[in-house]
Design a protein around this ligand. Sequence first.
Ligand code: GAR
Length: 202
Amino acid sequence: MLKLAVFVSGRGSNLKAILNSPNLKELIDVKAVISNKIDCPAFKIAREYSIGTYCLGKDDNCIAYNELSNFLVSLEIDLVVLAGFLKMIPSDMVRTFKNRIINIHPALLPSFGGEGMYGMNVHKAVFNSSAQVSGASVHFVDESYDTGKIIAQKCVDISDVETPEEIAGRVLIVEHKLLPYVLEKFARNKIIIGKNRIRIIN
Ligand code: GAR
């Protein structure tokens, strides 16, 4: 089983999609849900599934950012999944978990990424650009925002939308399929990391 730590900051719908995915039941084991926000709704979801929740930060009962790598190593985590986590991952953790941290982003990278591009900010920028397609991207995490190699993407037609919220709704449906799909491929060792490109095999 692939041992996961899932990082969240808010609602937790992608976390729920992972936990509810029938294809992942025998393949993954979510060992920890970690957040910079102690009262985020995603923690409630984790507790419903009896998964340990851990807050990040300076408070006494939280894990400090500089202890994060050791903590994940102690849990023998294979893969870290950022599912709506909005903070920068510490560089030492990126190095320790090279090619073992992935993020889901609610647009088609490399457009509409970078610092400050999260949640509705992304969908508003997509809307205002008049882009006719959007979608979701899953990529490896490196030491800056949204620049790691892209693992998988899925597009949605947004040519007829009238609000950014409509884009958000369409993209979220795609996210809930794309992230479990990528995790299944990881668990089955079907992700090939080449020099320039990432390939998913059947
Ligand atoms: C998702 O749409 C995810 O793609 C986005 O935050 C949302 C979290 O929703 N992530 C980013 O914008 C990262 N740049 P969720 O908590 O319901 O999964």
